[in-house]
Design a protein around this ligand. Structure first.
Ligand SMILES: *[C@@H]1O[C@H](CO)[C@@H](O)[C@H](O)[C@H]1NC(C)=O
Ligand SMILES: *[C@@H]1O[C@H](CO)[C@@H](O)[C@H](O)[C@H]1NC(C)=O
Ligand SMILES: *[C@@H]1O[C@H](CO)[C@@H](O)[C@H](O)[C@H]1NC(C)=O
Length: 351
C-alpha cells in the first residue's frame, strides 16, 4: 500500500512537471539576488529576485516546514543606463497575511529554476515586544568589513529588521551595473533571511536612481518606487525618506513636493493619539543627517535637508523649533507639523 501511494505521488509530480514545461530554452533563468522586505503590513513579505532572461512567471513556494503554499507575482525588464544597456528581469511576489511570530521556508523562481531554500521569521503581533534592528549605511561591494558579521548574525536570528540607510555597492551602476549584481548577491545571505529596508543615498543617483528604484521593493513601491515609505513594526512607526531629492534637482521637483506632502500626511496619521499610544516611537531614516553637533560641511545648519527649499515651499516653516542632535530629528519635525508645544517623544527631546 505504502509503495502504491509513493508511486502515485511520483506520477503526479511528473505529470505536473510535463504540463508546465513551456519548451523554451531559458539559459539565464536561474533566480539570484533574492531579498525580502516588509510590505504595507508587518505580516506581508515582499520577495524580490533577478533573472537575466524572461521566465514568463514569478512564483514563490512557501510554508511552515513544507512548502505547500504558493504566491505569484509580476516581473519587469530593467535596463541599466550604462553603455552596454544591460538588462535583467526583476521579479516581485508578495506573501500576504502570514502568521505572526512564525518561521517560514521558501524558494523563489519559476518552472525554469528555483532559488536555494531560504527561511525568515515573521515578527510578533502587536506592540509589546522589544525590536532588534541592524542599522547602517555606506556599505560597499569592496571593503565591506561588517558584511560577514551581518550575514552570520542575520542567519542566527538576531535581527527583526535591517535598515540600510543609503549608499550601496559603490555604486550599483558601476561597470554596467555588474557591481550592483555582485552586491545584491553578497547581501543575499542576510537579505533573504531578514527584511532588508532601504533608502536612497547620493551614490544611487545615476540615471535618476534607476538601479535603486528597480532593485528594491519597499512598502508601496508600486506608487513611490521605494524612494519614500513608512511601515509599522512592533512599537515603532518607521519612516524612510529621500534626502537626495533636495540635491539632485535636475531630475525634477515633482517627487520632492510629493514626498513633502506625503510626509506631512504620514506623520499626522502616525501622531494621532490612538496611534501614538500603540506606537510611541517614530523613527525616521534619510541618508544625509538632519541634525548634528559637528561643524563639518554635511552637518551645518544651512543644508537643504534641514532647511528645505523655502522658495519652493518644501521646507520647515519653523526651523527655530528644531533640536541639534543626530538621532531624534523626527521629534522636531513632528512638533512643527503637529503644531504642538510640548515634546512629542519625551526621551528624544531630552537629548
Ligand atoms: C538571455 O540572457 C543573456 C544574458 O544576459 C542575454 O545575452 C540574452 O540576450 C538573453 N536572451 C533573451 C532572449 O532575452
Ligand atoms: C526621475 O524619476 C522620477 C520618478 O521617480 C520621475 O518622476 C522624473 O520625471 C524623472 N526625471 C527625469 C529627468 O527623467
Ligand atoms: C494608524 O496608523 C496606520 C498606519 O500608519 C493608519 O493606517 C491608521 O489609519 C492610523 N489610525 C489612526 C486611528 O490614526
Amino acid at each position: 500500500m505504502k509503495f502504491l501511494i509513493q508511486l502515485l505521488l511520483v506520477i503526479n509530480v511528473t505529470t505536473s512537471l510535463i504540463k508546465a514545461n513551456p519548451g523554451y530554452d531559458c539559459q539565464y533563468c536561474q533566480p539570484e539576488q533574492v531579498h525580502i522586505a516588509f510590505g504595507t503590513k508587518p505580516n506581508d513579505i515582499i520577495v524580490t529576485w533577478t533573472t537575466f532572461n524572461n521566465t514568463h512567471e514569478s512564483r514563490v513556494q512557501y510554508g511552515l516546514g513544507e512548502m505547500n503554499l504558493e504566491a505569484v507575482g509580476t516581473r519587469h525588464r530593467f535596463t541599466d543606463g550604462g553603455q552596454l544597456h544591460r538588462h535583467m528581469w526583476i521579479h516581485r511576489v508578495t506573501l500576504q497575511d502570514l502568521k505572526f511570530d512564525t518561521k517560514y521556508e521558501y524558494h523563489a523562481g519559476s518552472v525554469y529554476g528555483w532559488s536555494e531554500l531560504f527561511s525568515f521569521k515573521t515578527p510578533p503581533e502587536g506592540d509589546k515586544w522589544v525590536l532588534r534592528a541592524a542599522i547602517y549605511g555606506d556599505m560597499g561591494n569592496k571593503n565591506a568589513h561588517s558584511l560577514s558579521y551581518l550575514q552570520d548574525e542575520a542567519q542566527r536570528g538576531h535581527f527583526d529588521v535591517i535598515l540600510h540607510v543609503g549608499d550601496f555597492a559603490y555604486d550599483m551602476d558601476t561597470d554596467n551595473a555588474l557591481v550592483g549584481d555582485e552586491f545584491m548577491r553578497q547581501i543575499q545571505p542576510l537579505a533573504a533571511s531578514v527584511p532588508y529596508m532601504t533608502c536612497p543615498g547620493n551614490h544611487e543617483a545615476a540615471y535618476n536612481f534607476s538601479n535603486y528604484r528597480n532593485r528594491f521593493s519597499m512598502p508601496n513601491h508600486e506608487r513611490w518606487e521605494s524612494m519614500f515609505y513608512s511601515f509599522d513594526l512592533g512599537p515603532v512607526h518607521f519612516v524612510s525618506i529621500s534626502t537626495e531629492y533636495y540635491y539632485f534637482l535636475e531630475f525634477g521637483l515633482k517627487m520632492l513636493s510629493e514626498q513633502f506632502e506625503w510626509l506631512q500626511r504620514d506623520l499626522s496619521e502616525a501622531n494621532k493619539p490612538e496611534n501614538r499610544s500603540l506606537r510611541p516611537w517614530v523613527i525616521a531614516m534619510g541618508h544625509r543627517p538632519m541634525y548634528c553637533s559637528s561643524p563639518r560641511r554635511a552637518c551645518d545648519n544651512s543644508v537643504p535637508q534641514r532647511k528645505g527649499i523655502p522658495f519652493f515651499g518644501f521646507g520647515a516653516n519653523d526651523p527655530g523649533s528644531y533640536y541639534t542632535a543626530t538621532g531624534p530629528w523626527f521629534a522636531a519635525i513632528l512638533r512643527t507639523i503637529a503644531g504642538t508645544t510640548s515634546c512629542p517623544i519625551a526621551s528624544a527631546c531630552r537629548l
